[in-house]
Design a protein around this ligand. Sequence first.
Ligand SMILES: CC(=O)CC(=O)SCCNC(=O)CCNC(=O)[C@H](O)C(C)(C)COP(=O)(O)OP(=O)(O)OC[C@H]1O[C@@H](n2cnc3c(N)ncnc32)[C@H](O)[C@@H]1OP(=O)(O)O
Length: 403
Amino acid sequence: MGLKGHAAIVGAAQYRPEKYATAPRMFHLEQVADLADRALQDAGLKASDLDGLVINGPHFHEASVFVPAMAAEYLGLRLNFAEVVDLGGTTSVGMVWRAAAAIELGLCQAVLCVLPARMAPFGPDEDPAWMARAMRFGGHSTAFGAPEAEFDLPYGHMGQNTGYAMIAQRYAARYGYDPVAMAKIAVDQRTNALTNPDAMFFGKPLTVEEVLGSKMVADPLHVLEIVMPVAGGAAVIVASKELAARARNRGAFVTGFGEHLAFKSPTYAAEMTETPIGPASRRAFEMAGLKPADMDAAQIYDCYTITALLTLEDAGFCEKGEGMRFVREHDLTWRGDFPMNTHGGQLSFGQSGSAGGMSQVIEAFTQLAGRAGDRQLKRCDRVYVSGTGGVMSEQGALILQGA
Ligand SMILES: CC(=O)CC(=O)SCCNC(=O)CCNC(=O)[C@H](O)C(C)(C)COP(=O)(O)OP(=O)(O)OC[C@H]1O[C@@H](n2cnc3c(N)ncnc32)[C@H](O)[C@@H]1OP(=O)(O)O
């Protein structure tokens, strides 16, 4: 059951993360066209090679429905496969495996997976305050009839920060909590970002003391353990092995994937500290015929330090409850014994909305292709990538392998 590893990421493009206030405003269709062009150039392929499209539906500026058809029309593409993915922070991982599966089914040969995440220009009647209002409740729905509008928001569970803090508190109660180990996750990732000129926090070293001394946002999460929202956008091209053979880069073949979701609010989690990345990762490793110990790097979705910690445990890189010891005992930097989030992670790279998770996919591809510059790993043939949506509510995993 599963993929044979006959499809690969062959090209990628990513806007440098920027603060919303200063980032250029572009229509989403314009971003899709621009990112597609850059990713095709990176791959050494032509627009006429593309016959598949996976795109984000939610938050697409110019349309809320029929988004793939509108984008195909704008790009002049003729598609045999089109898909919208609505999985929050695991959208990127979900896009890549869906593209690989469509290619292996013989539906198409090259799929553009694209996530525009710069703001669009405001129309004459648009109120610029809409974004502040939308962000206030994070991923929670305030719609009449939505369970979280009735049972979460009135009790102070306002958005992601409180949800993840609640999970961290639950973890602390079950297994204990070492704030220094948690801060080390952010610090090691910052060390990685110091080698990545594209990272938001490039050139800004960080210490454990600074993390622990930073503002407490939702106990036990300090501001420097939480991602900063930024403008950005990203695309990758997934292609058949035949096209991959004539692409410019060493392909990152998709040999395993998994996805798991069972609830939206952690209010309904059977046990908050046993996360969906467990079943998702088990399936991914089984499909690829590999184990966590076989990986040369892990690009782990890190909206918060607690997300990274729980993923390390539940994906099987260490035993349950041993995550903090694992972090203390390993060097998570690009030159360390467990290279993790070698681009800086979203904590230091910045989180460009639902395109944030694509930064992890693109870093895996960049390392596998041997193009990571100063932070290039000496040996990189197998990489684990995770995605996390909502409040640890929907998660996905990929195993990517160099040809
Ligand atoms: C999407 C999914 O499905 C899954 C997920 O990823 S869940 C996570 C989704 N993302 C979020 O919920 C965003 C989380 N972040 C936040 O809520 C906010 O960044 C925060 C509450 C942590 C901080 O916001 P704030 O206190 O209002 O800071 P703000 O007033 O905006 O900025 C003050 C300064 O701190 C910086 N800053 C803001 N957030 C920062 C962060 N997270 N890390 C580091 N620096 C930050 C700003 O750049 C600013 O610096 P300057 O003064 O130099 O310009």
